[in-house]
Design a protein around this ligand. Structure first.
Ligand code: HEC
Length: 407
């Protein structure tokens, strides 16, 4: 695909995706919040009322009454549904996943140090696992086990961790984080499509003919919508994670991601219930955050690699600017120069140019983080940088990153 076309697709899809997701997640939070703030009716209200709520916003007062059911004659002419925000989020998200990771090919999706999958195999695995994840999750929560939410929840969580471990052994760590986000978000959208909306349709149909709605369907819809709610924080982290190489570039990417899932869900729980949060949830969330802080602070590196830059500096001996520059030229300039030769990048990615010593001097810390510490650059190691070269770069930076006069 021509680079400019893929960039435009990327912009339009990302924009749509973000806006739809803001609407979907925003409404999920708002409805959850409204439910948890309902009060006893302050005066007699008609119908099967479960509570009322007063709000001030947008230059007026909102008086909200929640009813569990409606009598046939009470159906309003217009009833608002909230389903397209979730469908739009999912559709634009999958399209974006395809444009960036599936058609972006080897550079984004794979890492030779992680697996030897071909692009076609990786795309099949990425797409197939989205479908499989939903089928397995739904089967668990449709089975008799669903009556024991703690057991079903533990099993679902264990399978999620297994999926995360699988992803980090198949895809580049960066893609594995995003794949996990897409995996959870697919379950969320399918919950809306296959379980929540049908329950509401059934409730409405029953109301129209004056029958009682099937309470089991309503209860399941509420359960799925609660699952969705607690998946939002982990999913949003996954979606933003590609800005944080110290997270996905960590030696234990699956552990980092799992801890974030625990912390995200626990934090959301605490936001909903504050003082009423069980100690177990508070403890799990706090421990996960502490463990994350500790893990990412330690200089652990990707498996099979050499020591951190300080140690490398001692091993390598003095490094001249000319050798550092040679490495940048061989391994980075195809993308990070005024006129990249890599056809995917008409402009240097992230605006980073490494063919200009002044820019290199300004960016040494980021070069260390990306190329020496987390090894997330060169992208997908397309240019085949060696461990020795990483050490040499690290040593040059540790020795003060001196730039002697340009040739
Ligand atoms: C195949 C293309 C490609 C090659 C080769 C490449 N990069 Fe990058 N680089 C990218 C892309 C794409 C981004 C933006 C996405 C990102 O940050 O992951 C980027 C972003 C960066 C950033 C800015 C983001 C940040 O975290 O500060 C730095 C610094 C960087 N690269 C350093 C390097 C170094 C050093 C090399 C060579 C050892 C290198 N890159 C080789 C594609 C490449």
């Amino acid at each position: 695909m021509p680079a400019i076309l893929s960039e435009w697709l990327n912009i339009l899809l990302r924009w749509t995706h973000l806006i739809a997701a803001i609407m979907w997640v925003g409404d999920s939070f708002l409805f959850m919040w409204m439910d948890s703030h309902l009060e006893e009716p302050s005066r007699p209200r008609d119908g099967d009322v479960s509570g009322e709520l007063w709000m001030v916003h947008s230059g007026g007062f909102y008086e909200l009454v929640k009813r569990r059911t409606l009598a046939p004659g009470e159906l309003p002419k217009t009833l608002h549904w909230f389903k397209w925000q979730s469908y739009t989020t999912w559709l634009s998200g999958v399209a974006l996943l395809a444009v960036v990771y599936w058609f972006g090919g080897h550079a984004w999706l794979l890492d030779n140090a992680v697996s030897s999958l071909t692009v076609a195999q990786a795309v099949a695995l990425s797409a197939g696992s989205l479908v499989a994840g939903w089928l397995v999750y739904d089967a668990i929560w449709m089975s008799p086990l669903a009556k024991k939410p703690a057991a079903a929840g533990l099993l679902s969580f264990a399978l999620l961790v297994a999926a995360i471990v699988g992803f980090t052994h198949a895809f580049s760590a960066r893609a594995a984080f995003l794949q996990t986000g897409a995996f959870l978000a697919t379950i969320m959208a399918a919950n809306v499509w296959r379980r929540i909306v049908p329950a509401q349709t059934q409730m409405l149909a029953a109301t129209r003919v004056g029958q009682r709605a099937d309470a089991a369907l309503g209860a399941r819809a509420k359960q799925r919508s609660t699952h969705n709610h607690y998946m939002t924080f982990p999913v949003v982290f996954c979606m933003l994670s590609n800005h944080f190489p110290s997270m996905y570039g960590h030696a234990q990417p699956a552990l980092v991601l799992t801890l974030f899932v625990i912390f995200g869900a626990a934090f959301k729980y605490w936001m909903n219930f504050r003082g009423r949060t069980p100690l177990l949830v508070q403890g799990a969330g706090a421990l996960a955050l502490l463990a994350l802080a500790g893990l990412t602070a330690s200089p652990a590196k990707r498996p099979g690699t050499t020591p951190a830059s300080a140690a490398a500096a001692a091993n390598v001996g003095p490094v001249e600017w000319e050798s550092a520059k040679g490495i940048l030229e061989r391994r980075c300039w195809t993308c990070h120069s005024a006129h990249p030769t890599n056809p995917s990048f008409p402009e240097p990615p992230a605006g980073v140019r490494l063919d200009d010593p002044e820019r290199v001097a300004a960016l040494t810390e980021r070069i260390r983080v990306r190329a020496v510490e987390t090894k997330t650059m060169p992208l997908g190691n397309l240019t085949g940088i060696t461990e020795e070269e990483r050490d040499t770069l690290g040593a040059w930076i540790a020795q003060g990153a001196r730039i002697t006069k340009a040739r």
